[in-house]
Every structure is written in structure tokens, then in C-alpha cells.
Design a protein around this ligand. Structure first.
Ligand SMILES: *Cc1c(COP(=O)(O)O)cnc(C)c1O
Length: 430
């Protein structure tokens, strides 16, 4: 079994057919059609429990909060499961805040990240009463102060500092270096906190960073955490108390057989960073994990439309495309692709697995060995994070359905879009 199939033990192969929990994926395709994102409730719960248990063990009785990064997979069914498990949420828009509330999330556990917060978004978050804002610039700090003053509210803020640490990941998902648009430069952090301490209706809550995504080695995260701890020490000795510290998200997952960060060791190392120099630091530890809680808990189920041999290559043309899952086209990301239909006597051949979109970049996987026939099902693995949420209607393709498996039950988490919905808000000129 490939690593992503093995993870959380929710997939199994029976007579060559792929199952998730107690449901054959062929049954999902039969009931809901394809392409469809399929998530496992057991896997989501297991991913959360693994991190929660690691933090509980490392922190002992000291406080911590897992703020799930909503943008990784924002389906209400997914958010609802994490809310029931006690999670907080890291949001990057007012729309995401509305989703969290609709899914039953607790507003007092929400942190608001993102570098372009509008006045309306800030006002809405203040009225709802979120835990705090991760602030990315001086102008944003002043705007939050002004909006809070108008509304007679107190805004709790953390600065998202840019620790200038190289996350050594794909440049499009690397966010912690000096030259990118995110955060407040590390050497400006103290003066920005001093400004914050003078602004009306602002209460300083914590220090925060997020250096990038899909990290497979913890050392850049721990280096960033070390810088946050020393910044917190400097602020506290300057009379600015710090109540929480957050090294962000970024812990990667196995898309194939690559090494991944040991979650227990990561939790322990974060705890050690908090007691460096033998000092007792009582602040709450926050994390903002996205991908590690959802990536390997879902797959994209698709049907083979055509088997297309050509002189130089064999293609499998499937009914899922780059508009459904853009990661391979955008980041040259690798997703394992396996057969989901019952085994046939077809011989295995090497294929490029492609979608029908009119772009040469519309390749879901290159050089895959599959025993495939027209009409068979394939599963594109590790599609639970940055999958559906990044999908589009390019080529007037309705977005895929999303279902959640829970034991033997199949829950329709989002209906497949209908073509008529796609242009129902458009108007031809008179
Ligand atoms: C996207 C994001 C995260 C989550 O990143 P993952 O790599 O999915 O864990 C956390 N914090 C912030 C501010 C983000 O923008």
C-alpha cells in the first residue's frame, strides 16, 4: 500500500476495489456521480486526536488551542467535526468566519489572519467577539484600532512577525522570508508592538508567525518558534505581557513515501522552546494546522472517460481536471493515483492521467502504472486539503460533489453544482 492509503487505516482494498471505512467507492460513484471528493470522518477525527494527544502530553496541564486553518478545507461538515472535538479556527476572511459560525464553531476560539482585512470584516469579527486578530502591518493595526473605537469594542491583537526563516518548501507556499508580502519584519516587531500599546481599544494578546506550508522537516518551524520566544521575552521585559504564542501551521503530509514530521517530537520540541534558559513561560500555545488535519483524510474519485494511446504516450482521460484539483498544475505537486474499481484482467500500462480542460497543464499525474479500462474508477489520493477549496468553474465545469463517509454511512456534504447555476447570475445586454 502507498503511504497515503495506509494513513489512519481507513482505506482498504477488497477484491481489488477501494473502500473508505465501510463503504465501497463504487457505491459512492453510483449514488453521487463523479468527480466527487470523499472524506473520512474517522480519519479527520484521528488526525485531530493525534495532534491533540501530542500537545496534551507535551503541555501537561498548560493551556493550548488547535486553531484549524479553515482555508485548507472549509466544508461545513469538516468544520463541524473539528468544532465538536473542541477545535478553534484560523480564518482569513469574513466569509470563513460565517462558515465557522454556520458549522457551530465557537467565536471566542477564532483567530483572524490575512494581510488584507477590510473594515467590514474587522467590524464583523469584533461584533461576533473573536479571540483575536493576527495583524500583518502598521496600517492594519491602526485600522483595527479605529474600527474598534467606533464600535466601542476592544480588539485583541497578535503581530504576525516574519522571522526570516527559509521553510525550504515550494516558493508559492513559502511565506516566512523577508521578501514576501506576509507579516511584519522581525526587526520592526518591537516598535510595532510599542505602537500597538499606545493605540486606543487595542489589547496586546500574543505573538504569531506562519512561515510556509507542506514542511517535511521541523527545524525551520522550531527556528521560527525560538525567535518568537525571544521576542516574547523582550516584549515582556519591556512591560508588554504576552498571553499566547503561535508558530502557525505548515506541518506537511506524505503525498507519497516522503519523510514527515513526527507530531509527538514536534509537540515536545515546541514545549522545550517555551522553557529555554530554564525560564517558566506560562503563555498559551496556539497552532494553526490546516493540511495535516485534512490532507490525507480525503480523496478525489473520478471516472475514466477514455483510454487514449498515442505514438509517444498513453493517456487516461478522466472526468476530474485541474479545475477540481489544481495542486499538480499549480505546484507540480504529486498525488498518488490508484484504481478504485474492482480488479480486471487488463494489463498495467504507463499513463499520463489527464483531465478534459483545454490546457496542457491539466495533468493530474504523469507516468502512472495502472491496469485501466474505460469506465473504471480512479482515486486521486491526499486530496482532503487545498482540493475542493481551490476548485473553479473553468471551462464551465460545475464543481464536484463532496461526501463524508462515517462508518457505513455516506453523508452528502455538498451537492454537485448544476450547470444552470453557473450562469444564473449573468445577464445578456438589452
Ligand atoms: C494557510 C495558513 C495556515 C495553514 O497552513 P498549513 O500548511 O495548511 O498547515 C496557517 N496559518 C496561516 C496564517 C495560514 O495562512
Amino acid at each position: 500500500m502507498s503511504a497515503p492509503l495506509d494513513i489512519f487505516g481507513v482505506h482498504r482494498v477488497a477484491n481489488g476495489a477501494l473502500w473508505m471505512e465501510d463503504v465501497a467507492l463504487s457505491e459512492v460513484a453510483h449514488t453521487f456521480g463523479t468527480p466527487t471528493f470523499v472524506y473520512s470522518r474517522a480519519a479527520l477525527s484521528a488526525a485531530y486526536a493525534r495532534l491533540d494527544n501530542a500537545l496534551k502530553r507535551a503541555r501537561k496541564s498548560k493551556p493550548y488551542l488547535i486553531c484549524y486553518a479553515v482555508k485548507a478545507n472549509s466544508n461545513l461538515a469538516v468544520l463541524n467535526i473539528f468544532a465538536k472535538l473542541g477545535a478553534g479556527f484560523d480564518i482569513v476572511s469574513g466569509g470563513e468566519l460565517r462558515r465557522v459560525l454556520a458549522a457551530g464553531g465557537a467565536p471566542e476560539k477564532v483567530v483572524f489572519s490575512g494581510l488584507g482585512k477590510t473594515r467590514d470584516e474587522i467590524a464583523f469579527a469584533l461584533q461576533i467577539g473573536i479571540k483575536g486578530f493576527n495583524v500583518e502591518s502598521e496600517p492594519e493595526l491602526k485600522r483595527i484600532s479605529a474600527v474598534a473605537t467606533e464600535l466601542g469594542k476592544i480588539a485583541r491583537v497578535s503581530l504576525r512577525v516574519n522571522p526570516d526563516v527559509d521553510a525550504k518548501t515550494h516558493p508559492y507556499i513559502s511565506t516566512g522570508l523577508k521578501n514576501n508580502k506576509f507579516g511584519v519584519a522581525f526587526d520592526r516587531a518591537i516598535s510595532t508592538y510599542q505602537l500597538a500599546s499606545t493605540l486606543p481599544n487595542i489589547e496586546i494578546a500574543g505573538v504569531d508567525c506562519h512561515i510556509g506550508s507542506q514542511l517535511t522537516d521541523a527545524s525551520p518551524l522550531l527556528e521560527a518558534m525560538g525567535r518568537l520566544v525571544s521576542l516574547a521575552d523582550e516584549l515582556e521585559s519591556g512591560g508588554i505581557p504576552i498571553h499566547h504564542i503561535c508558530p502557525g501551521g505548515g506541518v506537511g503530509i506524505a503525498y507519497a513515501d516522503e519523510p514527515t514530521i513526527d507530531i509527538d517530537a514536534y509537540a515536545t520540541a515546541l514545549e522545550q522552546a517555551l522553557s529555554i534558559g530554564g525560564k517558566k513561560r506560562e503563555m498559551e500555545l496556539l497552532l494553526e494546522p490546516g493540511r495535516m488535519l485534512t490532507g490525507n483524510t480525503g480523496l478525489l474519485l473520478a471516472k475514466i472517460e477514455y483510454v487514449k494511446p498515442t505514438e509517444s504516450k498513453n493517456f487516461l482521460v478522466i472526468d476530474a481536471a485541474m479545475n477540481d484539483l489544481i495542486r499538480p498544475s499549480l505546484y507540480q505537486a504529486h498525488h498518488e493515483i490508484v484504481m478504485a474499481s474492482a480488479a480486471s484482467d487488463e494489463v498495467a500500462r504507463v499513463y499520463d492521467v489527464v483531465g478534459p480542460v483545454c490546457e496542457s497543464a491539466d495533468v493530474l499525474g504523469r507516468d502512472r502504472v495502472l491496469a485501466a479500462r474505460e469506465g473504471d474508477l480512479v482515486a486521486i489520493l491526499s486530496a482532503g486539503a487545498y482540493g475542493f477549496v481551490m476548485s473553479s468553474n473553468y471551462n464551465t465545469r460545475p464543481r464536484a460533489a463532496e461526501v463524508m463517509i462515517d462508518g457505513a454511512n455516506v453523508h452528502l456534504a455538498r451537492e454537485r453544482e448544476r450547470v444552470d447555476e453557473l450562469f444564473s447570475a449573468e445577464h445578456v445586454p438589452v
